[in-house]
Write a protein that binds this ligand. Sequence first.
Ligand code: NAD
Ligand code: IPM
Ligand code: MN
Length: 367
Amino acid sequence: MSTPSLLILPGDGIGPEVMAEVRRIIDWFGAKRGLPFDVSEDLVGGAAYDAHGTPLTDDTMALAQDADAVLLGAVGGPKYDVLDFSVKPERGLLRLRKEMDLFANLRPAQCFDALADFSSLKRDVVAGLDIMIVRELTSGVYFGEPRGIFEDGNERVGINTQRYTESEIERVARSAFDLAMKRDRKLCSMEKANVMESGVLWREVVTRVGAEYPDVELSHMYADAGAMQLTRWPKQFDVIVTDNLFGDLLSDLAAMLTGSLGMLPSASLGAPMSNGRPKALYEPVHGSAPDIAGQGKANPIACILSFAMALRYSFDQGAEASRLEAAVEHVLAEGHRTADLLGEEGRAPLSTSAMGDAILAALDASV
Ligand code: NAD
Ligand code: IPM
Ligand code: MN
């Protein structure tokens, strides 16, 4: 089989900093595990805007469509806040998701034992936590029409539209049920069927798909109550399926159950390509962290674990993905911490690259 291709889009802020560590890990798998990747790199977000006046060029879009997988750092930053909406860095990422049709966004939240005391919740509540949020990623209020800011009499009105078709709900529900079958066979669907018609349809379609999965215990929750339950007793959940906006909020919330936003990876998956691999983009859940960018403080683990997800979901290398996840768990257990994983302990934090060094050392020790 030919060498799989990986398109790397580091983006803005801490994106390039955390991606530099991932590149070393990719090289390690090539050199030490006989798993070479044909890696190319391009611009996205503010970096692409600075170079080309657009957050994603058509050429980069075409490269992403052709790649076996895409790995993205983060986009955005205060410098770009003044830009017109159509060229904001975030639009580059949204275009990738939409045009690659990456409808299922898998956002796992796992609490490593070594970090259980660091979560803002009690150890008992989070220790051993392992949940998977499946966020619909290509529709809903992020993309619905009409949208815009319009004149309305003597004032302006801002409009976004929550819109879901049955087939959009059905395909993401199926992804979530399939995942639940490989895990603890529990799926909780979250919407607001009490106030939104799109929520009524969501619940109806998920229930219908559920009939095909009699082994999965399906439950429904209003998303506001779901947020409350996620902080009260998150271990009641296995897989959660929800829409684009609720999924955005709930996955940031879930991040803090694990200790830091700097820990959470994600996989955005679409339909299988002709080679059988799903269209896929992997990225950390966090953003460009302008407050710490350029200082070597960022935690690279979310981005590194995103590459682990690529090994598992795009390249059929589940054992190597587990090797990388175990290396991360090992360095955390040994007490290695970037600044976001230290409280008021007065210890000197590791830099981004020192955390990369520690994970590479753990990988070396694993073979
Ligand atoms: P953010 O995730 O960038 O930062 C939130 C907080 O978490 C900050 O205090 C930051 O320092 C911290 N943090 C985030 N990642 C970290 C890491 N790896 N290590 C240590 N600390 C980390 O969210 P924000 O500040 O709301 O957004 C900043 C910019 O990023 C905005 O332009 C936003 O649109 C963009 N953003 C992009 C993505 C993406 O590219 N997928 C996701 C979220 C936000
Ligand atoms: C995320 C981010 C993005 C989103 C932005 C940057 C477009 O917050 O990936 O969670 O809202 O989906
Ligand atoms: Mn978000």
